[in-house]
Every structure is written in structure tokens, then in C-alpha cells.
Design a protein around this ligand. Structure first.
Ligand code: FNR
Length: 423
């Protein structure tokens, strides 16, 4: 049995009795507000922002409000187990941590702090292609706890192969291919501040630690754009050099590699040419199960089945790519119908609470991924913040499930919900 919710509640209240008040807020709104208070303006804009008018960001949330849980009573929920089986592995709760890039914006320990927190709570962590810490470093900190790798399909096939090989070697158990970012979405908050963290050398650690990428750098002829030197460009340059691996600031600066790395990265990190047939290339170069992230259309879910992938993630990238795109929870029922339990379905974008996890499962998801909430917890209190947040969300889900009359996620289905009746 995997029932921890009451222990967590007790721990919090007993701590309070001894005068210790929790630092990590319990609501998504509180988390965002607290994180806003500690993050720089640019960092907060990058993390919280979405595409366009941020209508999809909002609808990702309101989609959950269209459904109500209808609890049932007297069902003996004394024995509870929130665990699920995903890819033949038992997970303590039906959720994972989504891949989020440039975590050094949130906290100096970045991905490593998240990796340690996830491992200590036995929650799978999907390493981002745009991580601030190389996958090998995070993987080592996680020992044999579940880790996956998320790939952005680069223009260089050699680099893709290298990423796949590294992911396998460091013990990742699945490959997540993000399909919705063949180019960067139109994000007004970042545009208004004219800020893109990658240009400061942030979030490119998977590249600068890669043998294929560093080989390419040796022969890369950069386009030296003439730039005005001012405090701002100097700040960017210092950041680029500091984020480049190795010691000796001036040695790195003189080598020119930090600047070239940023330029080469921006030229090759996305690939708008990819089509469904290219999946064959990935299949040929990895034996890992492949999950497609960014599926929103039922026809794409059918294609995913036809192309023999191992799972899908219903995602709109937290509303960061196409403003006006369908909310993921709204897309889920049709996709679930098409998939018909043939492969696992994960869902992310707007998932904020135990009730949200419950609703997503009821509508056909096997598990969900969280994005921004754990990033806010990281910003507020580093590794410990993420750990506290995971403990809270685990407990909240278990209590929601039990108080609704269910002892395990497999009992949750569409009959547990009704749509909101408008008078
Ligand atoms: C992301 N996301 C993302 N996805 C991905 O596949 N690779 C990545 O590197 C990133 N980077 C990233 C950075 C930031 C700051 C955010 C907020 C999101 C998308 C992420 O995996 C996930 O789909 C969303 O975050 C889910 O939505 P919520 O939970 O943030 O609403």
C-alpha cells in the first residue's frame, strides 16, 4: 500500500504546532506569486509566459473547470494505492515532471536540484533537450530512479544520434520527441523584453557537453555580426562565457567557442522539415520506447498508432506555441477514444492540483506531467522546494481520489465526473 497523504498532513500540522510554517504555497496561484517575488523580470516572463494573447494558457485551466468530480460514499477507502504501472515500471503516483528548459533561470542548481528531488520522491523526471546541466550529471544524481530524455529534433542528424546514444548510456528509459516546437512560438512577454535566454548561453548544456556538437564547433565559421559594445552586450558575453564548460574565463573568451556555440545552436536546434516518415530514423537509432509530445488532433493520435510509437503526450507546450490552440483536457476524450488503450496517454499543460490529475485520468490519461508548478517551487526553495511540492501534490491526489470514493487510479473513469450544468 502506498498511502502517505495522512502522514504528510500530520507532518505539516505538527510542524505548525512547533511554529514551523511551510514555505512552499499549496495553491498554484500562491506558487506563481511567490516565484514572481524571487525571479528576475526576464526569468519570470520566460517561465510564466505563453504565446500570443495567452488564451490557450488560460483555456488549459478553464478546461478543467468544465468538469466536476461527483464523489461516491461508503466505499471503504481505508486501503489506498496511488501507484500506476507505466512502461512496466511501478510509479508511486500517476505523474511525471515535464521537460523544462533553461532551469538556471529559476535557480542556480537548476536541473540537478530537480533531478535530486524527483529521485528522492521516486517520481520520473524527463530531462530537457534545453537543460542547463548535462543529462549525464543529472542521471548520476538520480542513481537508478526513472529518467527519460526529451529530444528537440535538430537539423543535424549526427547530433540527434549522439543525443540518443547519450540518453541510452546514462540510463534514460524512454525518449520523448517534442513535435510542437519546429520553431519558437510568438511570445509577447519575451518579445516585449527582447529577451531570449539561449543568446546568453543559457539552456544549451546538452549541446556544449556533446562530442558531435563540440566537433562541429571546431570547423564552424561563425557569421561575426558587428555589434555595438555596451553594458548589455557585455553582460550577455560574460554570461555566454560563464555558461560554457571549462575553467579560465579569459581562456574560454579567447577561444571564441562560447560565442560560436550559441551561434551554431541557434542555427540548428529546430528542424521544421521533419515529417512522420522521419520517425523511422529515430526508431533505427534507438531501442528506447518513443513518446510523441504535442499531440492534440485525433488524427495525429491515429498516425502515432500507425507509425508504431510507444506512447503519446497530449500537450500544447503549456500554451507557449499556438495561441488559440485547443486546451489539452478538451482534446483528451477524442484522442483517448482513438487510442483505445493501445498505448499509454500522458497529458500536460495546465495541470495544477490533485483534482486536475484525477480529472485527466477520468477522461482517459494514464498519467500527467507537471511543468511550471515544479519550476516555481524550484525558484522559491531549490531542491527542497521541489521535494516539498512533490510531497504535497502526491498527498493531494491521494486524498482527492479517496474522498471521491476510489482506492486506486485504475478505478477512476468517466463515470466519476459530470460536466458543469449551466442554469
Ligand atoms: C517548457 N516546455 C518544454 N517542453 C519540451 O519538450 N522541452 C523543453 O525544453 C521545454 N521547455 C520549457 C520551458 C518552460 C519555461 C516551460 C514553462 C515549458 C513545455 C513543458 O514540457 C510542458 O509541456 C508544459 O510546461 C506543461 O504546461 P504547464 O504545466 O507548465 O502548464
Amino acid at each position: 500500500m502506498n498511502q502517505k497523504a495522512l502522514e504528510r498532513q500530520k507532518e505539516i500540522y505538527l510542524n505548525g504546532f512547533a511554529g514551523k510554517i511551510p514555505v512552499i504555497p499549496f495553491t498554484s496561484y500562491g506558487l506563481e506569486e511567490a516565484a514572481k517575488g524571487v525571479l528576475s523580470k526576464k526569468a519570470f516572463a520566460y517561465i510564466a509566459g505563453g504565446a500570443g494573447e495567452e488564451k490557450t494558457v488560460k483555456q488549459n485551466r478553464t478546461a478543467f473547470d468544465k468538469w466536476q468530480i461527483v464523489p461516491q460514499m461508503l466505499k471503504n477507502v481505508s486501503e489506498r494505492d496511488s501507484s500506476i504501472i507505466l512502461l512496466n515500471k511501478k510509479l508511486p503516483s500517476p505523474f511525471l515532471l515535464a521537460p523544462v528548459g533553461v532551469l538556471s533561470l529559476a535557480h542556480r542548481d537548476a536541473d540537478l536540484a530537480v533531478a535530486k528531488a524527483a529521485a528522492s520522491e521516486n517520481i520520473p523526471y524527463i530531462f530537457s533537450n534545453q537543460a542547463s546541466v548535462p543529462m549525464e550529471v543529472c542521471a548520476q544524481a538520480m542513481n537508478n530512479q526513472t529518467k527519460w530524455f526529451q529530444l528537440y529534433w535538430s537539423k543535424s542528424r549526427d547530433l540527434v544520434i549522439s543525443f540518443l546514444q547519450r540518453a541510452e548510456k546514462c540510463g534514460c528509459e524512454a525518449l520523448v520527441v517534442t513535435l510542437d516546437t519546429t520553431m519558437l512560438g510568438w511570445r509577447p512577454r519575451d518579445l516585449q523584453l527582447a529577451y531570449l535566454p539561449f543568446l546568453e548561453g543559457k539552456g544549451i548544456a546538452q549541446y556544449t557537453s556533446d562530442p558531435v556538437f563540440t566537433d562541429m564547433l571546431k570547423t564552424y565559421q561563425s557569421q561575426q555580426a558587428k555589434r555595438t559594445i555596451n553594458i548589455q552586450t557585455l553582460h550577455g558575453l560574460i554570461s555566454m562565457v560563464n555558461h560554457y564548460p571549462g575553467n579560465g574565463f579569459f581562456k574560454k573568451l579567447k577561444s571564441g567557442l562560447p560565442i560560436k556555440a550559441v551561434q551554431l545552436f541557434t542555427e540548428m536546434y529546430t528542424n521544421p522539415y521533419t515529417t512522420w516518415d522521419d520517425l523511422q530514423f529515430l526508431r533505427e537509432h534507438t531501442s528506447l520506447p518513443i513518446f510523441l509530445k504535442g499531440i492534440l488532433h485525433a488524427q495525429d493520435a491515429q498516425r502515432a498508432l500507425d507509425y508504431g510509437v510507444d506512447g503519446i503526450i497530449v500537450s500544447n507546450h503549456g500554451g507557449r506555441q499556438v495561441d488559440g490552440a485547443i486546451a489539452t483536457l478538451d482534446a483528451l476524450p477524442q484522442i483517448s477514444k482513438v487510442v483505445n488503450k493501445q498505448i499509454p496517454i500522458l497529458l500536460d499543460s495546465g495541470v495544477r492540483s490533485g483534482a486536475d490529475v484525477f480529472k485527466a485520468i477520468a477522461l482517459g490519461a494514464d498519467a500527467v506531467c507537471f511543468g511550471r508548478p515544479y519550476v516555481y517551487a524550484l525558484a522559491i526553495l531549490g531542491e527542497n522546494g521541489v521535494k516539498q511540492w512533490i510531497k504535497n501534490i502526491k498527498a493531494e491526489f491521494e486524498l482527492t481520489m479517496a474522498l471521491s470514493g476510489y482506492s486506486q487510479p485504475s478505478e477512476i473513469n468517466i463515470d466519476c465526473l459530470q460536466t458543469v450544468v449551466t442554469q
